[in-house]
Design a protein. Structure first.
Length: 82
């Protein structure tokens, strides 16, 4: 979408089939998820944030998992250091 290896602001469109997830991973320092379609859950430790189409979720600065409760598309916007 926007960004690239020479930019700090990066946007990535991610599609997840129902029941699938992105395994636990480190967090970029600042990031948001915009749910384009479907329903997802972002989980970090014992906290969980649900999101449906049109919702923004602030990604915590902690290891986390993103799981799709139904076929979903999300837009990840992250600031990464170069």
């Amino acid at each position: 979408m926007h960004g690239g290896h020479d930019q700090q602001l990066r946007q990535t469109l991610i599609a997840l089939a129902s029941g699938r997830s992105l395994d636990e991973h480190e967090s970029p320092k600042e990031a948001t998820i915009y749910v384009v379609q479907g329903r997802v859950r972002l989980t970090a430790g014992d906290k969980s944030w649900p999101g449906a189409a049109g919702h923004f979720i602030a990604v915590p600065d902690a290891r986390h998992v993103l799981a799709a409760d139904e076929d979903s598309v999300v837009l990840l916007t992250a600031v990464v250091s170069r």
